[in-house]
Design a protein around this ligand. Structure first.
Ligand code: IPM
Ligand code: MN
Length: 368
């Protein structure tokens, strides 16, 4: 008897419902509908407009109880708190803090069939993971910075030994599992910080160096965040795992995404020791919402990461295989080029791209 996993499904705002539905379709095609008990839950900016909260307590509790959480996207421009910050994004941010989802894993991979804006970069040349610390750093101050009489405002960057140690360890463990950087095959962890300027970042670097002692087989490398923006454009093939503070991770992951086809291609897995939250790294794209043209591949790939994480956690080889099927099908669709979404130069809508991914999986399974 195969297992059934409860998945909290939060469609959210903007293109969220469209890309979330696509990922649900893909995971069901990959693992079979009966593998999941899908529970749809409200959260986000539209829910805030209706109810005054972007994260209802029932949604939080259901997410906490679920085997994994799948999210579309959140946020509507102008839906803000009195302090000017966005309300809709409260859902994801609170999940990170309250479920202790400390590792934000963001693979940056140039897939076959996708043209990088970086000339000379071919599929396979860009294949690294940004590991973004997800519970502290500058984001730790969310909701508790100060605004003094509209004259002075502050937010505090927070680093703890526990927080840095665990993300650094994750980075080295991840590098061990991977095949090394495309350029030279070396297993490498690059610590991205501003250790030259701020104590907090110097501490981040120091703790990473301490953890590195346990991993002599992995090369330790450093980059200041500003310089990293240059290196990620000039020599993306040099990178394997980049570990960084929360806010820097947010910023550099958008740059990474655009080098491999854009935000639509960028999955994100936010994991703690017990829980996992999966979504694309992009926002709710209100400008194209409801038109059926959003690229669903980022969320579909996040769905694959969810199955892989669940499968490994529960020693479920069928689920790990299902994750690989999704990944393989995405590659096939991109290579074929017949159902490319507009952001990749094609004209296929969300449903057409999703159907092509599911068909590619059917073919894979028929051939096996
Ligand atoms: C991301 C997003 C979020 C972030 C927003 C939606 C809160 O940009 O996941 O990268 O800033 O972390
Ligand atoms: Mn971001």
């Amino acid at each position: 008897m195969s297992k059934t996993y409860e998945i909290a499904v939060v469609p959210g705002d903007g293109i969220g419902p469209e890309v979330c539905a696509a990922a649900v379709e893909a995971i069901c095609a990959a693992a079979g509908k009966s593998a999941f008990n899908l529970v749809e839950l409200p959260a986000g900016a539209a829910h805030f407009q209706k109810s005054g909260t972007a994260l209802p307590e029932e949604t939080f509790q259901a997410c906490k109880a679920a085997g994994a959480i799948l999210h579309g996207a959140a946020g509507i421009p102008g839906v803000v708190y009195p302090d000017g910050t966005e309300a809709g994004i409260e859902f994801g941010l609170q999940l990170r803090f309250r479920l202790d989802l400390y590792a934000n894993v963001r693979p940056i991979r140039l897939h076959p069939g996708v043209t990088s804006p970086l000339k000379d970069m071919k599929p396979g040349d860009i294949d690294y993971v940004i590991l973004r610390e997800n519970t502290e750093g500058l984001y730790a101050s969310r909701g508790s910075g100060t605004n003094l009489r509209d004259e002075v405002a502050t937010d505090t960057l927070v680093m703890t030994r526990k927080g840095v140690e665990r993300i650094a360890r994750k980075a080295f463990e991840l590098a061990r599992q991977r095949n090394g950087a495309p350029k030279d095959g070396k297993k490498r962890v690059t610590v991205c910080d501003k250790a030259n300027v701020l104590r907090s970042y110097a501490f981040f670097r120091k703790v990473c160096q301490e953890v590195a002692q346990d991993y002599p087989d992995v090369e330790l490398d450093y980059g200041y965040a500003d310089a990293m923006m240059v290196h990620m454009v000039r020599r993306p093939d040099f990178y394997d795992v980049i570990v960084t503070e929360n806010m820097f991770g947010d910023i550099i992951s958008d740059l990474g995404a655009v080098t491999v086809g854009g935000m639509g291609m960028s999955p994100s897995a936010e994991i703690g020791d017990e829980r996992g939250f999966f979504q694309a790294a992009h926002g709710s794209a209100p400008d194209i919402a409801g038109q059926g043209v959003a690229n669903p591949l980022g969320t579909i790939l996040a769905g694959a990461m969810m199955l892989e994480w669940l499968g490994e956690r529960h020693q479920d080889r069928a689920l790990v295989a299902a994750a690989k099927r999704i990944d393989g099908a995405v590659q096939t669709v991109l290579k074929d080029g017949e159902a490319l979404p507009p952001d990749l130069g094609g004209s296929a809508g969300t449903e057409k791209v999703t159907a092509a991914v599911c068909r590619a999986m059917d073919r894979q399974m028929a051939a096996a």
